[in-house]
Ligand binder design. Structure first.
Ligand code: SF4
Length: 340
């Protein structure tokens, strides 16, 4: 519903699952006849006035949470009259239906009823399709299991129906979740999505998921785009143990080697935390050397961010100047083209 000036702007921070849930809010508002638009937080000061804002927040790092809260303060500064509804990991978990109803109620617009039969209509060319929610791995640095603990997954036929319901502007889809390890029979989902005949890929993967069976299934999927973002977090086995991560660097390297053998055009990405409290200088050097051997295409490097309520937040932190030095050494030494 693009013709009328938007009554509601939707701003999203964080992961692909958050972008999916924002699209779900937008589709609900469309169904209720409330003009809306998804915008980047950088546009807040330039936007024409609107009745309301939905802010979909992130809490994975303290920086992410700060950005979400800063977005709210900018809205209050540039759009003091606007109604504000928060959602997401930093502002409290609400379903897209609840958010749509709340903002519709507050701005007194639209048919104030939501239907859970609304199929999300994705506006992006590459549509993020949420298939799973929740994580109970409790990596010692991670706040997510404390915020998104409840496990759930969407039935295969529901995911397929959503993919088939998209407009022709959607040219590819990305299956996403909080931890796809918790999606039962993930390979069956992969086959069913491949049968939709659209290019598709998988967002972040945890190493234990990369079994020979799944690799074989993906090799048989003709529409699968072989980009693998498999979260490593550290190149030191001692640090992986302290992080409560359930694989070794040898196993991780084996996974990468198997995927390289199975997909000649595969690309690889990962997430890496530097400065985890127990990371010694030797652990860091081990990580540096290990990354050199892996030769991944890109790495998202995160300086360790203590999250209150996690076991790691109770550990003695490494001084900031050392964390920054390690961050820069990886960034500038190994990845001059590093994307922040
Ligand atoms: S797998 Fe670990 S890092 Fe990922 S969401 Fe779960 S607890 Fe957090």
């Amino acid at each position: 519903m693009q013709s009328q000036a938007p009554l509601v702007y939707i701003i999203t921070y964080g992961c692909k699952v958050n972008y999916y849930e924002s699209e779900a809010v937008a589709s609900q508002l469309d169904a209720m006849g409330i003009p809306n638009q998804m915008v980047a937080d950088g546009a807040i000061s330039r936007l024409p006035h609107a009745a309301g804002f939905v802010v979909n927040s992130c809490a994975v790092t303290s920086m992410a949470e700060k950005k979400s809260r800063y977005g709210v303060s900018k809205i209050k500064k540039y759009h003091p009259q606007a109604i504000l509804v928060g959602m997401g990991c930093a502002f409290g978990r609400k379903t897209p239906e609840m958010v749509a109803l709340e903002i519709a109620d507050k701005i007194k617009a639209g048919q104030s009823r939501v239907t859970d039969t609304v199929t999300v209509q994705h506006r992006r060319e590459k549509a993020f399709i949420k298939v799973q929610d929740g994580c109970q791995n409790f990596c010692t640095y991670c706040i997510i299991p404390h915020l998104r603990n409840k496990l759930s997954y969407r039935p295969i036929d529901e995911v397929v129906a959503e993919i088939k319901a998209q407009g022709s502007h959607v040219t590819s889809v990305v299956l996403c979740g909080i931890n796809l390890c918790y999606y039962p029979h993930f390979d069956e989902l992969c086959r069913a999505v491949d049968a939709c005949g659209i290019a598709w890929e998988i967002s972040s993967l945890e190493p234990p998921m990369m079994t020979a069976q799944l690799i074989d299934t993906l090799r048989q999927c003709s529409h699968f785009v072989p980009h693998f973002h498999i979260c490593l977090q550290s190149g030191s086995d001692a640090v992986l143990t302290a992080m409560n991560r359930h694989y070794t660097t040898a196993q991780y390297a084996e996974i990468i080697a198997s995927l390289r053998a199975a997909f000649i055009n595969a690309t690889f990405g990962t997430d890496l935390i530097v400065g985890f409290p127990t990371e010694t200088q030797a652990d860091f050097e081990t990580t540096l050397n290990y990354l050199q051997t892996l030769k991944l295409d890109h790495v998202h490097i995160f300086p360790y961010s203590p999250r209150t309520g996690t076991p790691a937040a109770k550990m003695k932190p490494i001084p900031n100047h050392i964390v920054t030095a390690r961050f820069d050494k990886i960034r500038f030494t190994l990845f001059p083209y590093y994307d922040k």
